[in-house]
Structures are given as C-alpha cells and as structure tokens.
Design a protein around this ligand. Structure first.
Ligand code: SAM
Ligand code: SF4
Length: 360
C-alpha cells in the first residue's frame, strides 16, 4: 500500500520533451495534463526558493548591507513547500531545484529535501548553493535524498573571490565542493557568473578546475538582475568568446545544444574528465525552449526570471484551497507565460525583484 498522496507510475509515455517517462498518476487514479503555455512549451522544471536571506553579498546580486528581508511568517513553511511541489509533480514537474537566497542557511533544509524525496523517487532533486556550508551539510542532504548540487564560484583567485562575494571564503567553498563529491551529490556543476573586466580572464583556469575535479563548470552571462542596478550591457561577455578561449587551449567536443536545458555543454576532446557549459541568456537567449517555472520564498509563482508579474500561491494555500484549486491557478499562469525576455531590446524592463529575491 502506498502512503496517501504518493505518486505511482503507469505505462504510457508522457508528452514531455526530452523525458522518456511515464505520466504521474495519483493513487486515486487521476492523471493531469502537463502544464503547457500558449506557445506549446511544457513546464517540467521547477525552481523553489526556500529563503531570501544569504550569508554572501555577491556584488552582481546583493548590496553589501543586504536587502529588506521577508518576515518569517511570509516565507512558505516546509509543509507548504511540500504541498505545492506535490501538486505540481502531479501536473508533470520532473525536476525540482532548491535555491534562494542561500538555501543552506535555512535550518530545516534537510527536512524539506526529505519531504520532497518522499513525493516521488523519480523526481530529480538538486540544490543551488554558494557552497559555504556544504562541509557540514553535504552528508545530511545526501542522506535526505538530494541527488546533486550546483555550487557557485566566480573566481579561483582568493582576493578576487573575496571582492566579488564580499566574503573571503574561496577555500571553504572549494572544501564544500569536495564534501559534496564525497557525499555522492554528483554530477556537480559549478556556476560562474562572468563579468567583463572582472573575471573574464579566468575561463581557461575554470576549464582546468573542470578537468581536475571532474565537474561541469557553467559560465553564466551577467544578467540585469542585480539589486544595485549596476548591470551594463558592456560588461556582458558573450559565451562564444569564452568558448573560443577555452577551445584554443583545451579543444572541446559538443555534448548537447541547450534544448530545454539552458546550457550548451562540451566535453574535452582529449578525453579528460569534466565538462564546460555556457548559459548565454543575454547573447543567445533560449526562451523558445524554456521549460521552467519558479516559486519565490514567499510563495509567488513566476513563469520567467524576468517576469514583471507574479501569481500569488500563498494566499490560496493558506485559505483552504484544494489541490485542484492550486493546479488551476498554476495552469492559468503558465498558460499566459510570455514568449521570452527582451534584454537586448530597447523596450526591456527590469523586474522589480532582484535575483536573490526571485530565486536564481
Ligand atoms: N545563493 C545561491 C548561489 O549563489 O548559488 C543560490 C541563489 S543565487 C541567486 C543562484 C544563481 O544566480 C547563482 O549561480 C548566482 O551566481 C546567479 N546570479 C546571481 N545574480 C546574477 C546576475 N546578476 N546575473 C547572472 N547570474 C546571477
Ligand atoms: Fe547570495 Fe547567491 Fe546572491 Fe551570492 S548569488 S549574494 S551567494 S544569493
């Protein structure tokens, strides 16, 4: 007998690109249609921000003094996160990434992971973190059922790392990376935000890290989502430039174009371990294949990182909405998802909330 509300799988293939999986079915026998928008894109990937606070102050994300934090009662509880994810998994979500703010500063993070693992064994469950607390958390998170981690690291030079994050913590982040590997949270990805004139000379160095540590380093183009609004188009370093620099030293072989995943990924042609990936959100947007939706720490659904509006899920959640009510609210919002961001267009408007408030 399955516990109440746990998903079981049945035989027919799902209409979800890139996933040869079966549709989710509740043990009452109901199967829901996938979450499709008006352009036919299917939402299968959910980012859940579990907290807006952070122990770092990366210059491209947050001011030195932090931001006006959400009150504790504004943030979704572990129960509420579990309920929302359970509902969304029944509507075709296959991957859940926990993020923030810094998710590891939330004390009940292992409990949240265990609850989400309990929804469905086949759910791909990962975490994006600055890595600072992974030394002590990697083991408990792996035991709770986390599959893998993405660790942010923007420089392999101690002083530059300290300047970019406003924390002298490179050694501790690299040691967190080792702890994650030991705990089996693989494959490990490393996110590196590249800012022109700041760290764009480190592409080859990061490719060296990928090869030595057998990780996938993903270079992310700087996006206009920093709280201090210092972003300038001139500071965006096109992924193609970084790719060429690495290719000149370590020849690359394509693994995949981005498809529903944002990164184009390459392995090393000489057979060395590790990979590099490029997330060219600004110069080569991948909106037409976007399969993501996001829930902020205060329970607002966003169908795009750059959305100008949000759909409140917390109010219905706290006022007795049924799973079907929640599903209907999500379905309507996803249906109206826009074609894509227009960062490179003169009519681009920045969203009101910055990256750490949204959940990157
Ligand atoms: N604190 C965690 C971390 O840093 O990994 C998770 C949250 S953070 C907002 C998620 C990702 O967004 C990180 O990889 C971070 O580097 C990236 N990010 C933050 N601000 C950005 C910006 N302005 N442009 C591009 N990426 C950004
Ligand atoms: Fe914190 Fe992550 Fe933003 Fe850096 S990028 S300030 S670690 S939320």
């Amino acid at each position: 007998m399955l516990p109440a509300g746990r998903l079981v799988r049945q035989g027919a293939p799902a209409a979800v690109p890139g996933k040869a999986e079966c549709p989710p079915m509740w043990n009452d026998g109901s199967v829901r249609d996938p979450l499709v928008d008006r352009f036919g894109r299917v939402a299968t990937d959910l980012r859940v921000s579990v907290i807006d606070r952070c122990n770092f102050r990366c210059t491209y994300c947050m001011p030195a003094e932090g931001l006006p934090w959400l009150d504790r009662e504004e943030i979704l509880t572990a129960d509420e996160i579990e309920r929302l994810v359970r509902t969304l998994v029944a509507s075709g979500i296959r991957e859940v990434k926990l993020t923030g703010g810094e998710p590891t500063v939330r004390p009940d993070l292992p409990d949240i992971v265990a609850r989400l693992r309990g929804i469905d064994d086949a759910l791909e469950l990962s975490l994006t973190t600055n890595g600072y607390l992974l030394d002590r958390l990697a083991g408990p998170l792996a035991e709770a059922g986390l599959d893998r981690v993405t660790i942010s690291c923007d420089s392999l030079l101690r002083h530059r790392f300290a300047e970019m994050t406003r924390r002298d913590a490179l050694g501790r982040v690299l040691s967190g990376l080792r702890s994650a590997a030991t705990a089996g949270l693989r494959p490990i990805k490393v996110n590196c935000v590249v800012i022109g004139g700041t760290n764009d000379d480190e592409a080859v160095g990061f490719a060296g890290l990928a090869r030595e540590a057998d990780v996938e380093v993903r270079f992310i183009e700087y996006m206009p989502l920093d709280a201090e609004r210092r972003w300038e188009r001139d500071k965006v370093v096109p992924s193609a430039v970084l790719r060429d620099r690495i290719n000149a030293v370590h020849p690359l072989a394509t693994v995949n174009g981005h498809g529903p995943q944002p990164a184009t990924t390459f392995r090393f042609a000489d057979g060395a371990p590790g990979r590099v990936g490029f997330i060219a959100s600004v110069t080569e947007p991948f909106c037409e294949t976007c399969n993501r939706i996001r829930i902020t720490a205060d329970g607002q659904l966003r169908t795009c990182l750059f959305s100008l509006d949000e759909t409140d899920l917390r109010t219905p959640l706290r006022s007795g909405a049924t799973d079907e009510d929640l599903d209907a609210v999500v379905r309507e919002a996803v249906g109206e998802k826009w074609a894509g961001h227009r960062i490179d267009h003169p009519d681009f408007v920045r969203p009101g909330r910055s990256m750490s408030m949204i959940g990157g």
